[in-house]
Structure formats: structure tokens, C-alpha cells
Design a protein around this ligand. Structure first.
Ligand SMILES: *[C@@H]1O[C@H](CO)[C@@H](O)[C@H](O)[C@H]1NC(C)=O
Length: 358
């Protein structure tokens, strides 16, 4: 009973927080939530809800407890694509700054990432890879006394490609631009808008891997660190395990090796070429005020792929993998397929531990 009441409260809250939700098409017709062009992401501790509409190209950030939301119309030029994924990213490792310390990241079907503060200010924009972003996932890896569990990360999934930004690198960059946005607000914002509001974004270092050896994927995740390959020298280089699901192979697993030269040198180099990432950002708090289109600059070339080693794959035609969800620790993955089955995978041993049929 209690459970049911709780659920109804949430629905009522959603319906009442109308402004920003309505901008994303909420409640216009029955079943609006099932529309694949409406993307939802619930923030940490379920305090806020991010709702994006690909068709309308808007992002709404709504406090679940009621109160005013923010509606942003992202500055998407013709080559920037349409919104295809939404995720929450904390500004600091422990989320200690509370509400203030959260950002929302939007991915587009042309491979761009745009980060927004809860007030709707654009904090960062970067091109990752020229393909559709299928999924964004911010993973907090808890400190663990027994093993190195890796660091926080944002993973970006494309068909057959996966990218990883280190959480700490990302947070440092976002905090910096958060401070810049705040200091800009102290100045006369209307005076600023037309002339010098052009900020150039530094490129955040990232790693990118081709994971299409067994066919392109429709969903994927980085499940954690893994040991180096046999007979390979121990080094400070890290290796991650990625699981992908797709049409050709229901499930496949890959070892992703970090390209050290790229993460260090790449970071230094990017300072010098920051100008190529220049776009116009502006205070986008005012409802329905569109941001000006970004200045026409050639799109930066995608970074070269780092080394991938295929580990295993499960082919079971005509069964197709559809979606994948990780357990909080990343040790288990639930995978749904086109025949209505759910496979529970142990991601360390890479073995199926359960199979349910609905
Ligand atoms: C990724 O690797 C596959 C084979 O492993 C190859 O066919 C494909 O062209 C590669 N994709 C890109 C974009 O390089």
C-alpha cells in the first residue's frame, strides 16, 4: 500500500511541475512518457529530474519536490545534431556541494556533449566522435580497500565505439567554468551578451575505443578495471573491461587499454588548440530564449582509437541484445534481448549466472 501511495505522489508531482515539463511535451497526450524522443534522467537522491525532448530540442530540469524548473534550448547548430542522451554529472567527487554541485550533460546524435548547470548555463561543449550518442553513464566508483576499483568516469556509448572521460578531469574543468559563469553573472549580463560572451572551451582529455570487432553495438558499458593481458609488462597503464550488446553478438566483452601518451600529452596539446572549440555560450536562464547559434568553426577531428582486445562473445542468432544495465558495483550486468529474455552476467568472470524468460 505504502509503495503504491508513494508512486502516485510522484506522478502527481510530475504533473504539477508543469512549466519545464510541458516544454518537453509532458502530458500533451496519453503515453507521452513512452515516446522514444523524450529522454529522462533522475538525479542523485531523486531530487531533480532532467527531461529532454529530441523533437523540440529542449532540456528541462525539474526539482522533484516542486518549485520552479529551468528550461534550456541548447545551442545546437545544423551540424551539432539532435539531443539523444541525458545524464547527471556531479561537480565534485563526493557530491558534497549538494544541489549546487550538479550538472546535466546532454549528448547529441552527431556526437557532441553539452554540460549545463542546474541554472541552465552552458558550462562546456565538446565534440567526442561523429556518430549518435546512444548512452551516457556517469559512474561513481566507491573506494574499496581490497582492490583498485578505478576512478569516477563518464562513459559515452556510440554504435561500435565507446569513449571514457575521467571523472576527476571532468569535474576540475566543470568547476572552473562554473566559477567563470558565476563571475560573469556579477557583471551586467545584458551588456555582456552581444559582445564578449564568447568563451572558448578547453578540451577535456578522453580515451576512445573501437568495440565493433563482433559487430556494432546498440548498448554498452565500461564495467571496471581489469588485469593486463598475459605476458604483458606490468605498467601504470590501466585496462578496463567493456561489455557491449547488439544484433550480431548478443553480448561481447573487450579489454580497453588506456593510451597513456594521449591522456597526458593530449591534455597539454589541447590547451594550445582551445580556440577551435570556441562557441558562443550565454545565460540561457530565461525561458524560451534560444542561445545564439555557435560560430562556424571546423569541427575538430575525432581522436584516434586506443587499443582494444576482444575477449569473448556470445552469438545466438536470431537473438539480439537490446539493453544493458549494470549493478551499482559493476560486477553484474542485466541484459535484455529481442526474445524477451533477461540474462544476468557476472562481469568479472564473464559468465552467465541466470537467465529469465518473461
Ligand atoms: C572498427 O573496427 C572494425 C573491425 O574490428 C572495423 O571494421 C571498423 O572499420 C572500425 N571502425 C572504425 C571507425 O575505424
Amino acid at each position: 500500500m505504502a509503495r503504491r501511495g508513494h508512486h502516485l505522489t510522484e506522478v502527481a508531482l510530475l504533473a504539477s511541475a508543469s512549466g519545464s515539463l510541458a516544454a518537453a511535451g509532458a502530458g500533451e497526450r496519453e503515453g507521452w512518457l513512452d515516446d522514444p524522443a523524450v529522454l529522462l534522467s533522475l538525479g542523485p537522491r531523486a531530487r531533480d529530474l532532467a527531461v529532454a525532448s529530441a523533437a523540440r530540442s529542449v532540456l528541462g530540469i525539474v526539482p522533484v519536490a516542486g518549485g520552479g524548473g529551468v528550461t534550456v534550448k541548447p545551442a545546437l547548430g545544423p551540424d551539432d545534431g539532435r539531443i539523444s542522451a541525458v545524464e547527471w554529472v556531479p561537480l565534485d567527487a563526493e557530491g558534497s556541494q549538494g544541489e549546487e554541485g550538479m550538472t546535466v550533460v546532454v549528448g547529441t546524435d552527431a556526437g557532441w556533449l553539452l554540460f549545463y548547470s542546474l541554472a541552465g548555463d552552458l558550462l562546456h561543449k565538446q565534440s567526442i566522435y561523429p556518430a549518435k550518442i546512444l548512452k551516457l553513464n556517469f559512474n561513481e566508483r566507491k573506494e574499496n580497500a581490497w582492490e583498485d576499483s578505478g576512478s569516477d568516469e563518464l562513459s559515452v556509448v556510440f554504435p561500435g565505439v565507446i569513449a571514457r572521460c575521467d571523472g576527476a578531469d571532468l569535474q576540475i574543468m566543470l568547476q572552473k567554468s562554473f566559477q567563470e559563469v558565476k563571475s560573469r553573472m556579477w557583471k551586467d549580463k545584458f551588456e555582456q551578451e552581444d559582445d564578449e560572451d564568447t568563451s572558448s572551451f578547453e578540451k577535456t582529455p578522453l580515451q576512445i575505443w573501437n568495440v565493433s570487432k563482433f559487430g556494432s553495438c546498440v548498448d554498452a558499458a565500461i564495467v571496471g578495471l581489469m588485469p593486463p593481458p598475459l605476458l604483458e609488462l606490468q605498467s601504470s597503464q590501466r585496462h578496463y573491461c567493456a561489455i557491449t550488446v547488439g544484433e550480431d553478438a548478443v553480448v561481447s566483452a573487450y579489454r580497453l587499454s588506456e593510451d597513456r601518451s594521449r591522456s597526458l600529452v593530449g591534455a597539454i596539446l589541447s590547451r594550445g588548440v582551445a580556440a577551435t572549440f570556441s562557441t558562443i555560450s550565454s545565460l540561457s536562464k530565461i525561458l524560451w530564449r534560444s542561445e545564439p547559434s555557435p560560430t562556424k568553426k571546423p569541427r575538430p577531428k575525432p581522436q584516434a582509437f586506443a587499443k582494444t582486445s576482444p575477449l569473448t562473445c556470445l552469438k545466438d542468432s536470431p537473438r539480439k541484445g537490446e539493453r544493458l544495465t549494470l549493478s551499482p558495483s559493476g560486477t553484474l550486468a542485466a541484459i535484455t534481448d529481442s526474445l524477451g529474455r533477461i540474462l544476468l552476467l557476472d562481469t568479472r568472470a564473464l559468465v552467465a549466472v541466470r537467465l529469465w524468460k518473461i
